[in-house]
Ligand binder design. Structure first.
Ligand SMILES: N[C@@H](CCC(=O)N[C@@H](CS)C(=O)NCC(=O)O)C(=O)O
Length: 267
């Protein structure tokens, strides 16, 4: 049976679990505690040298990168049914798979500038925080994390994230005017690629980023939540008390975030 190394609340893991649930595939899961640093275990790093989740091992094949894993699963076990059949929609879907990397970086900034930052500043000393930052392998990512902890929503990485989210939301709003799903008339890989990132913002009480300006995103998210796969891939891994504290932590930043977002929308 295929084996998935994943994090219960990790966005990229949700992407793979959503694909598995949509196709109806069984897997053996190993949960990594990313706060504890399980991803740095040398045995795990032999599979995933960047020390990130998810990693899928299927019949000896080791796969990393959530969007590529999703596409592999669809092609191998689902006759490619999650990829649209017209060239135009396939090209659009592939672009969303790529753009999910930008969405990932943006959501990482929004999470670490708010809920994660609040928790870390409350529970760790300056030395402990620096120790955690130093464990990050990529030096640029390390600088980013330091800046987010230091400046919160005033970080330049948040400005960058909001600019990228504006572009993503504009394109989602436009495409969802023509079709129910980002993948076209049928739910597919483009929707899977973006789902965890929009869901995370929603869970952080940041739905104000689209509710006034890009309302079709709210409708799309509601339709996503209605799919049976959503409960399996998302809800089942997020305990109720954690969901409540995430929402509360993010919502505390809503007034400040609104000011930054208005200036991005005005550009
Ligand atoms: N582009 C990669 C990103 C992987 C990634 O950054 N995963 C995060 C969780 S969503 C992680 O493992 N973080 C661990 C860490 O930052 O130490 C993918 O989509 O698979």
């Amino acid at each position: 049976m295929m084996k998935l190394y994943h994090g219960p609340t990790s966005v990229c893991s949700q992407k793979v679990r959503l694909t598995l649930a949509e196709i109806g595939l069984d897997y053996e899961g190993t949960e990594l505690n990313l706060q504890r640093g399980d991803q740095f275990d040398p045995d795990y790093m032999r599979l995933n040298p960047e020390a990130v989740v998810p990693t899928l091992v299927d019949a000896g094949l080791v796969l990393v990168e959530s969007s590529l894993i999703a596409e592999y699963l669809d092609k191998t076990y689902n006759k490619g049914r999650l990829m649209p059949q017209t060239l135009a929609l396939e090209a659009r879907t592939r672009l969303w798979l790529l753009r999910s990397l930008t969405a990932h970086a943006a959501i990482n900034s929004m999470s670490f500038a708010t809920a994660m930052r609040d928790r870390v500043l409350k529970t760790k000393s300056a030395e402990e925080i620096e120790e955690m930052v130093l464990r990050i392998l990529d030096p640029v990512h390390r600088d980013k994390r330091r800046d987010l902890y230091e400046h919160g929503l005033a970080s330049v990485y948040v400005t960058q994230a909001l600019r990228h989210l504006r572009r993503i939301f504009d394109d989602m709003q436009e495409q969802l005017a023509a079709d129910t799903w980002l993948s076209g008339p049928k739910f597919g890989l483009a929707d899977i690629a973006l789902a965890p990132y929009v869901d995370r913002l929603d869970r952080l009480g940041m739905d104000g980023l689209w509710s006034g300006s890009h309302p079709r995103i709210g409708d799309w998210l509601a339709a996503l939540k209605d799919r049976p796969s959503y409960a399996v891939a998302f809800d089942a891994f997020i305990p109720e008390d954690m969901a409540a504290s995430q929402r509360q932590a993010g919502a505390a930043h809503a007034p400040e975030l609104r000011v930054y977002w208005q200036s991005i929308l005005a550009q």
